[in-house]
Design a protein around this ligand. Structure first.
Ligand code: KIV
Ligand code: ZN
Length: 403
């Protein structure tokens, strides 16, 4: 693994080689997915929350894409207190100049320029020969460096790029002044072992690779975006590009809350650290879901509404004895006030008794058994039994006792 101790993190030198730069692209790659567009004000609100949460780099948009995108990137750049503000641009020089215009208001601005390097993209999309692509890499990074010191270069479709050509492009980009090198898995095609080896090879082979931070950017087409991102770290990358709730093109991007909590929870095998205040993850998830109108799936890791909910009797009983029986992180650590023991047909007597207690009922053994039988009967007919239902069936029992 390369020693990145002297390389810049977010434009600043760092001495901690295991500090991972969290690069959030909710407002750019996230917003690119069909139906997820946000208004100007919504983007400002999301950016402010990301900044407060400790995101290192916020990719605020694609300034050449529209006047609206330009203005939101510029306004986020003006307002953001801590994070580096990145704008995306293609390799065209006018794209880069427009991006520079938007990020120039930031305390720390970054130009993120990209170009396809895979055979299929070069042949069909760019209709260019490899030597022309290489020239464009040098020209685009040089142009960006004339505007700002913090330049990221991405090899689009990097994981389907021929390795020798990828190394030549990365070498040229670093020589031209790129301070971050991103190798995206644009189509969500790679696997963890392959992605880890790719970073290791490129970092080993490219001269002066220690002059740049290497970055992962994974899409979730095969459901491996988070695993691939973490594997990239093992290969020597130290920046993760991700989005809140994993929103993004097609099946989405690696989810920020998942990579961050994986690092937090499994520091024994993932020896990295991020600067994220994890207690804000649920708030960020809710905000992005509200402004995009994209619901968060119930069983989504970390932020889904079932992530800290238990229904089965065996699990509820275990949880009441010790929370570590069925939870590997605390709900409080991601900003959820408490675990919920959902009452349903799988719930057991221990959870039912605990529920009654929290609702203020202290029943004797017979009354409890009676109420539990009626609860089970009801739970067989209803998906979830709410507090009001329990109240009703306990009251029913009390009334019956006086008949
Ligand atoms: O997926 C991708 O390749 C991208 C690049 C523009 C970085 O989003
Ligand atoms: Zn992408």
């Amino acid at each position: 693994m390369t020693d990145t101790s002297s390389a810049p993190v977010s434009g600043k030198p760092v001495s901690d080689r295991d500090r991972v730069v969290i690069f959030d692209t909710t407002l750019r790659d996230g917003e690119q997915c069909p139906g997820a567009s946000m208004t100007f004000e919504e983007k400002l609100e999301v950016a402010a929350l990301l900044d407060e949460m400790g995101v290192d780099v916020i990719e605020a948009g694609f300034p050449i894409a529209s006047i609206g995108d330009f203005e939101s990137v510029a306004e986020i750049a003006r307002r953001t207190k801590n994070a580096t503000i990145a704008g995306l641009s293609r390799a065209a020089l006018n794209d880069i100049d427009r991006c520079a215009e938007a990020v120039k208001h930031a305390r720390r601005g970054r130009i993120h320029t990209f170009l396809s390097t895979s055979p299929v993209h070069m042949k069909y999309k760019l209709q260019k020969q490899p030597h022309e692509v290489l020239e464009m890499v040098v020209a685009s990074v040089t142009r960006a460096r004339n505007h700002v010191e913090d330049v990221e270069w991405s090899s689009e479709d990097g994981t389907r790029t021929e390795i020798d050509f990828l190394c030549r492009c990365v070498e040229a980009a670093i020589k031209a002044g790129a301070t971050t090198i991103n190798i995206p898995d644009t189509v969500g095609y790679t696997t963890p072992a392959e992605y880890q080896a790719l970073f290791r090879t490129v970092i080993e082979r490219v001269p002066n690779s220690d002059k740049a931070i290497f970055s992962v950017h994974c899409h979730d087409d095969l459901g491996m975006a988070v695993a691939n991102s973490l594997a990239g770290l093992a290969g020597g990358a130290r920046q993760i590009e991700c989005t809140i709730n994993g929103i993004g093109e097609r099946a989405g991007n690696a989810a920020l809350e998942e990579v961050v909590m994986a690092i937090e929870t499994r520091s024994d095998v993932l020896p990295y650290r991020s600067g994220i205040n994890t207690k804000m993850l649920t708030r960020a998830s809710k905000l992005v879901s509200a402004v995009t109108s994209f619901p968060v799936q119930y069983n989504k890791a970390i932020v889904g509404r079932n992530a800290f909910a238990h229904e089965s009797g065996i699990h509820q009983d275990g949880m009441l004895k010790h929370t570590q029986t069925y939870e590997i992180m605390t709900p409080e650590s991601v900003g959820v006030s408490k675990t919920s023991l959902v009452m349903g047909k799988h719930s057991g007597r221990a959870a039912f008794r605990d529920k009654l207690k929290t609702m203020g009922y202290e029943l004797g053994e017979n009354a409890l058994n009676d109420a539990f039988t009626r609860f089970k009967d009801l739970a067989d007919r209803k998906k979830v039994v709410y507090d009001e239902d329990i109240e009703a069936l306990v009251d029913q029992g009390i009334a019956a006792a006086y008949d």
